[in-house]
Design a protein. Sequence first.
Length: 238
Amino acid sequence: MKVDVVSNVDEVKWEDIKNKAIIVIDVLRATSTIITALAYGAKEVIPVETLGQARQYRGEQYLLAGERYSKRVSGFPYANSPTEIQQAPLQGATLVLTTTNGTRAIQKSLKAELIAIGSFLNGTACANWASANQKDLTILCSGSRGKFALEDGMAAGYILNRMNENGIDLQIDDLGQAMMAAYEHNKDLLPEVMQTTATGHRLLQNGYLNDILFCAQRDCFSFVPIVSDHAIVIHFLT
């Protein structure tokens, strides 16, 4: 299986996703929020790119959450925060989410054959999903402000390490190899390292330490969210 890791959303190209499976990662915080919302009872998550698109969703069945540059969107009841979204009335609801990088990365991935949502929170499940599909794989690190984000890369490295443990014959590109090494080097200090990254530093400045600590946890959840008809739903591995 051929595996490519893309460093940020602005770098992804058509050939990176055509006829492939893709795992979109935005550890801090979009994909972690999506996974958490589904785990806590949301029926689905609709990722949208713009604030205007998000505001078009009205009605009691829709919950709006979003951020721009790590800050809550004015007028939205919820931020892009996994620890905050746990407190929302999610049961059976549809979460509409717009973020600076993560939801844009999902939108840019829609022409892939299979699309999964990953983070440290479900890394082993993502590895098992990709291994079972046996399709060439792209791992898209959403990044931050057009640049690579270390926490996304380390999560990609974690997923690749777990795929290796599954005994899959992998042909991993150079960035993927580097991210596997980065994860191994930092795996015992993930909460501390994630506070020092560019995104982590911004979140600390805005009072989101609890989100960083939450997002640094591995394998809290054993499912993989997948994109189905432009919404994200739970997919349990068999």
